[in-house]
Design a protein around this ligand. Structure first.
Ligand code: F6R
Length: 244
């Protein structure tokens, strides 16, 4: 529990810097699992600062994003492709070929194959070393809405009404928010060697408490993190408010 989201994001960025530099010293890659949304913005800003001011290179970094809205082109202003370029990739020296996101444009009859290939790419890269997560009000990690099983893999999912309401302002109306997304599954996420979930502010306090102190249940996907030996929450005082 940190005094502020800025302090938590800076501490997390420092850990990621150490992972990247220790791997680079051994001429190895660091594989990061990345999230979008408002929560990781301060963390990405800090990574950009470390690149610009402290010479942190991302040449040996490979990334896999958690999810993408289904039906959006990479150029769409609300696509997660666009978000990642704007918030991080365009400001660091990561090689383009090291960046992976699910495609929002894959035709329906090829979704299964696309998702299978995404899982295989993660494994071929050696698995995710460090997975970054946010949490939705439904308890989702990635877009694993309530009902997503512990065994779920990368797949197309129907977004929860609450998730679409939360995205409505960005899309100028709930009716413009895509109904589906492609997301890594719970099982995909739990294969990561280390996991950090970030959450800021009082409006996340209820769901953070359910995830950390409640039963492990598919009604709250983030509760499955209780079963991972190297999963931690980086939260601010607001998000910690209802913890006992
Ligand atoms: C985004 C993602 C989601 C978000 C969650 C919180 O890639 O996978 O799980 O992390 O919806 O979103 P914000 O940070 O906007 O509150």
């Amino acid at each position: 529990i940190h005094d502020s989201s800025a302090a938590a994001a800076a501490a997390l960025a420092q850990e990621v810097k150490e992972l990247i530099t220790s791997r680079a010293a051994k001429k190895k890659t660091a594989v990061l699992g990345l999230a979008t949304g408002s929560t990781p913005v301060s963390f990405y800003r800090e990574l950009i600062r470390l690149h610009r001011e402290e010479g942190l290179s991302f040449k040996n970094v490979v990334t896999f994003n958690l999810d993408e809205y289904y039906g959006l082109t990479p150029e769409h202003p609300e696509s997660y492709h666009r978000f990642m370029c704007d918030q991080l990739f365009d400001h660091i020296d990561i090689p383009k070929e090291n960046i992976h996101l699910p495609s929002g444009l894959v035709p329906s009859d090829q979704v299964f194959e696309h998702c299978r290939a995404y899982e295989e790419m993660i494994d071929a890269a050696g698995g995710v070393d460090f997975q970054i997560l946010g949490i939705g009000r439904t308890g989702h990690i990635g877009f694993n809405e309530p009902g997503s099983s512990r065994e779920s893999l990368t797949r197309r999912i129907t977004l929860d009404r609450i998730t679409r309401q939360d995205a409505a302002a960005d899309f100028r109306g709930e009716e413009n928010v895509p109904r589906f997304a492609i997301t890594m599954g719970v099982s995909t996420i739990l294969r990561a060697k280390k996991i950090v979930l970030m959450a800021w502010g009082e409006n996340k306090a209820g769901v953070v408490t359910k995830a950390v102190e409640g039963p492990v249940t598919d009604a709250v996907s983030a509760s499955f993190l209780q079963e991972h030996a190297e999963a931690r929450f980086f939260i601010d005082k607001g998000a910690a408010r209802e913890l006992t």
